[in-house]
Design a protein around this ligand. Sequence first.
Ligand code: DWN
Length: 403
Amino acid sequence: MKTSDTNLKVQETLIRLGDQPLANGFKTNRGDLTPKFKLSYGVDEETGLLTQIRTPSIENMFNDSYPYVSSGSKVMVEHFKKAAEYCSATLGKEKKNILEIGSNDGVFVKNFSTDEAVCVEPCGNFAKITSDLGYKTYNKFWNIETATELLEEHGKFNYIYSANCMCHIPDIVQAFAAVSICLKKGGVFVFEDPSVLSMINNNSFDQLYDEHVHMFSPSAVANLLDKVGLTIYMVKHFKDIHGGSNRYYVIHKDTMFALDRSVNKALEDEEQVFRHGIKKTYREFNTNISKNAELLKTLITSLSRTRGQIVIGYGATSKLTTILNYCEITSPQDIKYVLDTTPEKIGKLYPGTNIHIKKYQEDSLKDVGYALLGAWNFKDHILEKESKAPTSFITHVPYVTIL
Ligand code: DWN
């Protein structure tokens, strides 16, 4: 089986998540009429990458009204500020020629002056933001063609950064090749994405949705980068960012560098997770999905329908789209509505459901019995913020639990 034209070869479907809509396809009319596709994953035979068997068109996923805003939480703004500080420390007195791939609303590049950073952003609504701020912005998808255009206009970059973007690109080999041609010798490529090991350890199957075309493991990333003459010299794990993310620090293979011990640690941790075999591990993960989903659906429907409790969602995440559609929780009878702070999502229906998204207010929880944590990756922040609310929070990570 080939997954579209991504040069990746998958022989067996290992994870099945049924018919799913686009995770950010929030609708203003009947959400249950949203087109769906079969979401499933397998392992690329050569690199060990967990990758989608089939992927919706990227133009449909990433459009000019894409609703996810990177600076939507103070946690993430601080996270990207620290990433920018690392960039500045790495470049020292060297003139900054920085490229950000997937610049969203500029939360990373805003830490630099407009003559120090260039943006590539396929979603027109966000490309306009960085362009209006004065940053040269290419409203394009990242690929060899875009890289060639940037090379002609800017020369090679000494620092390329990308957050929660690389794992969204179907032809990931081409995407890394495009980085390789744009990265100056001695330059650094730093990218971060959710960790597949964290997903397995947390049972967080809702990390799997249309936009997450691949879920990266350290060895798969090393194998992919090796194909294009790049290598990892350091890995940093962020337990509390997007449910467990890895940041990879990458250079050209023929650069003199000191291999940080974090690389071997990351590979050892991965070996431990896959100690019974990579495919067996994913088959077991798939079995756990249906068990956890059944438990979650039973808990929610018994609270809402049997005990007449008000159950809502908290945080209209892409992840919650997978949960609601896999568990077939699509009626306001079960989840009355979902609270969210993002203007672009408020008033819309969750993809594949008839559940509305309501604007979060200070007293939103005053009459709410239970709230399913859509944004469980911000659990500590949310529990602290809502410590005075009468509401009990429900999570499915790592197990279905009333907190
Ligand atoms: O990879 C991706 C990650 C980085 O972001 C994208 N493909 C899509 C997106 O995934 P997500 O939607 O699951 O991300 P978040 O950051 O978990 O979404 C948080 C959502 O929760 C936002 O809509 C804001 C909302 N929220 C809220 O309403 N109240 C968040 C917090 C912390 C809150 O207190």
